[in-house]
Write a protein that binds this ligand. Structure first.
Ligand code: SF4
Length: 349
């Protein structure tokens, strides 16, 4: 049963750093005020009433949870304890920096109901981390993931392709490193230049060239496929569109409100280009949940194929796996997979 997440944005609270790309107020849409115990309790009670029997998880996003003074961390977690004890709430999730976590802190969090810790890893290349003002190293990320796993909690890793000094090969390297470190899931946030950040100044001075939307989609498709091959879920691609992250805040970079769909569509479009015979009159079948990805935004994939060989119908078949595509022609019926039947070279980005 899918878990319902009750989000609490704690914005820039607790973070003593200023990464070159960061404007937490714009990213979280929050103004930096911490929720009160009463607000925490009432929001969870409200969400419990609409979640049915699904598991409920309170999540503190943004900022650096474990850099907050311990009394503030306690003031956020203590109101949850009776809710956890009564079964109204099932788990707690926090996000933090890799260098603000050790075994003792993970245990402290675990004893207070935290079951998932997301880390802002961003890159596993120390040159990229330094050029981005992160203030931690790849070794800090490896240590933090190990501490989380040793306590039996879930570790999430956030990656940011396209940071200063990054390249497609280094982005792939970062992904491989977090996969082999044992991360349970990933978020991929291609770098966006936000107004008012140090990165915006570098961009204006011509010192930083961000990923374009097209190159970002192409790179993220390859990262997603690699994660799928490793069996690691990518739970989000691209920053969430909300009131605080509007077009005015974004100066440049790879961003689209439906970036995840564009990236999945790219995988299917690349597979179709490689396996659907030109002018074959094929019919395509995919899992119902993947219809819009296969057809493409604005029917882009289907229209592109129509231009080169006639209209291609796309139909749903619930017997297929999410990653499969069945291609039927008058003389053949073959099932392909975006995991097994696409072989990218990172140089194609
Ligand atoms: S560590 Fe996180 S919250 Fe702090 S400045 Fe960097 S990106 Fe922003």
């Amino acid at each position: 049963m899918k878990t319902v997440t009750v989000p609490f944005f704690i914005s820039h609270q607790g973070c003593p750093h200023t990464c070159v790309f960061c404007d937490q107020r714009a990213i979280s849409g929050a103004d930096g005020i911490l929720p009160t115990p009463g607000e925490i309790r009432s929001r969870i009670t409200l969400w419990r009433s609409t979640a049915g029997g699904r598991p409920l998880e309170a999540a503190f996003f943004g900022g650096t949870f474990t850099a907050l003074p311990e009394e503030i961390q306690s003031s956020l977690l203590e109101p949850l304890q009776p809710l956890l004890a009564s079964g109204m709430l099932d788990a707690v999730r926090i996000s933090t920096r890799p260098d603000y976590l050790d075994a003792a802190r993970v245990r402290w969090l675990s004893h207070r109901g935290v079951r998932t810790i997301e880390l802002g890893v961003q890159s596993m290349d120390d040159g990229v981390l330094a050029a981005s003002g992160r203030g931690h190293t790849s070794g800090d990320s490896l240590r933090a993931i190990r501490c989380i796993k040793e306590e039996g909690l879930k570790a999430g890793a956030q990656l940011m392709p396209g940071l200063p000094g990054d390249s497609p090969a280094l982005s792939l390297y970062s992904l491989e490193q977090v996969i082999s470190s044992g991360a349970d899931f990933l978020r991929i946030y291609p770098t966006v230049v936000l107004r008012g950040t140090a990165l915006a100044e570098r961009y204006a001075a011509g010192e930083f060239v961000p990923l374009s939307l097209e190159r970002g989609i192409s790179l993220c498709a390859q990262l997603l496929q690699r994660a799928m091959k490793a069996g690691i879920p990518v739970i989000r691609i691209g920053l969430q569109a909300d009131a605080g992250l509007d077009a005015d805040a974004m100066l440049a970079g790879c961003w689209h409100p439906a970036l995840g769909q564009l990236v999945r569509s790219r995988l299917y479009a690349d597979l179709i280009k490689r396996v659907v015979p030109f002018g074959s009159g094929a019919t395509l079948y995919c899992h119902p949940a993947r219809l819009s990805d296969v057809i493409g935004m604005g029917r882009s994939t289907v229209l592109a194929l129509a231009g080169s060989g006639g209209d291609i119908p796309v139909l749903a078949d619930a017997a297929l796996a999410l990653e499969e595509l069945n291609v039927k022609t008058e003389i053949s019926c073959v099932t392909y997979s975006i995991i097994k039947d696409l072989n990218y070279s990172i140089h194609e980005v």
